[in-house]
Design a protein around this ligand. Sequence first.
Ligand code: SAM
Length: 240
Amino acid sequence: MIGLCTLILTAVVHAASVDTQRHRLARDGMLSAIRADYQDTANYIGQDRADPDVLLAMGKVPRHEFVPRGARRHAYANRPLPIGHGQTISQPYIVALMTDLLDVEAGDRILEVGTGSGYQAAVLAALVSQVYSIEIIEPLAEQARQRLQRLGYSNITVRAGDGYFGWRQHAPFDAIVVTAAASHVPPPLIEQLKPGGRMIIPVGTRFMVQELLMVVKDDAGSVTTRQILPVRFVPLTGGH
Ligand code: SAM
């Protein structure tokens, strides 16, 4: 009987998440690599340290749960990894930087375009009250939804769809993050950003240099754009 109980308990723990000392050490290594990248890119990004709250959030999220089983040993390497369907989970440094640049507050409602594995959404969910995330590839949206539910993230809502058009039903958003490269800043996303809000978005094509942009809408509704850093992302697809 005890044996059976142990077996059931083990299965339940496994279903939720297995986070071992080895994973925690690997996460510490990942945070060190992020800190080093901040130093190396300080001239571009205008800061040489990450927001400690962002690093704290990334130190909690079990990234190994967001990558395919075969790639788990690389889960905490500071690089993007394939997640199937020709897509990637972004490099940890880029996730940290994009989260940091959003400058979120605890009560914020955030829109993410490009759920992918759900990792960026999970990092944001540790910092804000609600994350809405849209993924254009249906099986990825479904997998991310199930994964986030299994891991207990109750403040993330995922839907399949074309994020170019935003999510009007839940707009306006305090901040918007786009995790695929667009050819231009989508006007519906600007519309759905609150006055005083920020959007972080890579802009450019697969064959050109892409730039990470910070789009700021001021309290009067005027929009300004600042280039942050050259980056490389998978393209924003869809019929727009
Ligand atoms: N944020 C993700 C994560 O943490 O795993 C990584 C995202 S991956 C770099 C970019 C994602 O954007 C892909 O999953 C891709 O299918 C999705 N995507 C591309 N175009 C899209 C669109 N128009 N609307 C929503 N998602 C889109």
